[in-house]
Design a protein around this ligand. Structure first.
Ligand code: UFG
Length: 328
């Protein structure tokens, strides 16, 4: 398969690109390198271009002639989306529409889209199924949901088939390919706690201890980045075999609290570090846990690394090797 991977220099996109290439597919990474890392692309073909440049996208699509596209490129900071919504509408909605137009124009019919659990907003029932009401509580989730809707319209018009994957909490590293999580700023729990264990941050912080959960801290469903990447490859194959469009949650179906994650980092790293308990972070729902029955039943996805311990171990290994991320 000839696959265009937008955001292929980023955390999840780089792991999926490497997996595709390792399985003999022809991969072209498209990334503006604003947040992605050239080193994460290694020797794969890279086109430095922006989703907000329609003519660059048309040129890339007509030259490369993708059979499928994995669309990871996005802005994805919840807090930033609330402070600067225009940025999110431009990149996640307008930029994605530019991409869809270039794909359709070039004759590409299949897209796998990185969506998010943030489309659901506050969970009314846990585990969350795909039919749960979609009431995003931040503009990041809203912009992802808007593009899902655009894709449904393109599917109905027979122009583009699409699998939307609603990720829960992506975590871990592809240690064999030496690919890991390197965001600036880093907002995610696991890399932040690991930074405290490595001593590159003075302490770990717990955002809120008064949630209605078993230990008072937020509960999340952490999914290994290799299992996420595998789901993208399965989704692509499903589309190429004309399996039709679909929307799927991507989580393990088990939730872990912030305190449990911190304990797991302590155990895996063998290091002790200071932990401070602070106020809630605005916009954090108490518990987000996926029902992943649909993707298991329809795409045959099975997580190979569902245990929190193995997710954290892989992240610990990568961050120990790269204490300053890809610049190490
Ligand atoms: N947390 C801490 N301390 C930290 C960092 C995070 O206690 O230093 C807590 C958060 O408050 C949250 C949990 O750890 O309760 C997980 O936080 P993350 O930032 O790792 O992940 P989120 O669940 O906030 O974010 C995920 C995705 C986002 C997506 C969001 C939608 O990573 O891309 O879900 O809800 F937008």
């Amino acid at each position: 398969m000839r696959v265009l991977v937008t955001g292929g220099a980023g955390y999840i996109g780089s792991v999926a690109s490497r997996m595709l290439a390792g399985e003999g597919h022809e991969v072209l990474v498209l990334d503006n390198l604003a947040k992605g890392h050239r080193r994460a692309v290694a020797d794969l073909d890279l086109e430095v271009a922006d989703l907000e440049d329609p003519s660059a996208l048309s040129g890339v699509c007509s030259r490369f002639g993708p059979e499928a596209c994995m669309h990871f490129a996005a802005d994805s900071l919840v807090g930033e989306s609330m402070a600067d919504p225009l940025k999110y509408f431009r990149s996640n909605v307008a930029g994605s529409i530019n991409l869809a137009a270039a794909l359709v124009e070039s004759g590409c019919r299949d897209m796998v889209f990185s969506s998010t659990a943030a489309v659901y907003g506050d969970a009314e029932t846990v585990p969350i199924t795909e039919t749960h009401p979609k009431r995003p509580v931040n503009f990041y989730g809203l912009t992802k949901y808007m593009f899902e809707q655009a894709l449904c319209a393109l599917d109905r018009a027979g122009q583009l088939r699409c699998v939307c994957l609603r990720y829960f909490n992506a975590a871990g590293a592809d240690t064999a390919a030496d690919l890991g999580e390197d965001h600036h700023p880093e907002t995610h729990l696991i890399p932040r706690v690991i930074a405290a264990a490595l001593g590159s941050e003075p302490r770990a912080e717990v955002f809120g201890t008064d949630y209605p959960t078993t230990d008072g801290t937020c509960v999340r469903d952490y999914v290994h980045v290799l299992d996420l990447a595998r789901a993208h490859v399965l989704a692509c194959e499903h589309l190429q075999e004309t399996g039709g469009s679909g929307i799927f949650n991507l989580g393990n179906g088990s939730g872990f609290s912030v305190r449990q994650v911190i304990e797991t980092v302590r155990r895996v790293s063998g290091r002790n570090f200071e932990v401070v308990e602070g106020p809630r972070r605005e916009g954090d729902p108490p518990a987000l846990v996926a029902s992943s029955d649909k993707i298991r039943d329809e795409l045959g996805w099975r997580p190979e690394h569902p245990e929190l311990e193995s997710i954290v171990s892989s992240a610990w290994e990568w961050h120990s090797r790269h204490p300053n991320g890809y610049d190490s």
